[in-house]
Design a protein around this ligand. Structure first.
Ligand code: NDP
Length: 245
């Protein structure tokens, strides 16, 4: 574990923030990526204060150029990329009949294209060393569909299919592991990306956030997948609060 280098997207809050702290506490060097520079600086400083190794790069995952720059900076600063955690995501959900096409496109851009850009940015360096681990964050919504989460669910289904397809494609020749992690409800800032009053009311009514996991619970699962010997590939994990339907 010690000396490994991990890129974490969406490291400025929630699951990405907790994962960055946990991995750094276990000797992994972390490259933090997100859009909010003030938050990234805080996370980096906190990790360094606790004795960990971290750097950051302001990155919008919807830009393939910025993702390539993120990978290049990681290689320049730390010499290799062992792990990519494609974690950045948004959830501006609404009923499809409301035709919030801009929100559909934003979810597709961040949740699907962001993951693809991450894979494309790191794969050449991983293939060169014939070693690596790509961890993609899907959701329980990537295994089922309930309105008004249809578009969000579609993006998370795509992440699941992309991860499993990549695993099969790399299988014959490569020593690159893939992990799909599908959380249930986790208490983070994700709900802030919901902008539809009807949906916000529904979320309050159904009390779906009442029994949420902590972001540390998901970070622990990510660490578990990373900690396995290189011959063991943890491919698919669903982590729900025990009380979640
Ligand atoms: P948060 O809102 O706390 O974190 C989302 C992160 O994504 C932030 O760091 C944000 O940073 C980053 N982000 C958003 N858009 C972009 C972008 N265009 N480019 C780069 N970074 C971006 O939510 P979570 O921690 O909960 O979310 C992490 C992942 O977990 C997401 O993929 C989410 O779908 C998934 N998930 C969450 C669940 C939950 O209940 N919380 C359940 C199932 C899955 P910034 O704004 O600074 O760019």
């Amino acid at each position: 574990m010690k000396g490994k280098v991990a890129i974490i997207t969406g490291a400025s809050s929630g699951i990405g923030y907790s994962t960055a702290n946990l991995l750094a506490g276990n000797g992994i060097t972390v490259m933090l990526a997100a859009r909010r520079e003030d938050r990234l600086m805080q996370v980096r400083d906190e990790i360094i204060r606790k004795g960990g190794k971290a750097s950051y790069k302001v990155t919008d995952v919807t830009s393939y150029d910025q993702m390539k720059e993120l990978a290049n900076q990681t290689l320049q600063e730390f010499g290799k990329i062992d792990i990519l955690i494609n974690n950045a995501g948004i959830m501006p959900i609404s009923y499809m009949r409301k035709l919030k096409v801009d929100d559909w496109n934003r979810m597709i851009d961040v949740n699907i294209k962001g993951v693809l850009h991450g894979i494309a940015a790191v794969l050449p360096a991983m293939e060169e060393r014939n070693e690596g681990h790509i961890i993609n964050i899907s959701s329980v919504a990537g295994h089922e569909v309930y309105p008004p989460r249809v578009l969000y669910s579609a993006t998370k289904h795509a992440v699941r299919i992309i991860t499993e397809g990549l695993r099969k494609e790399l299988l014959p020749t490569q020593n690159i592991r893939t992990t799909l992690l599908s959380p249930g409800s986790v208490e983070t800032e994700l709900v802030n990306s919901v902008n539809d009053e009807e949906v916000l009311h529904m979320i309050q009514q159904e009390g779906s956030l009442d029994h949420s996991l902590n972001s540390e619970d998901i970070a622990n699962a990510i660490l578990y997948a990373i900690q396995q010997p290189s011959t063991v590939s943890v491919n698919d994990m669903i982590i729900r609060p025990t009380a979640q339907r």
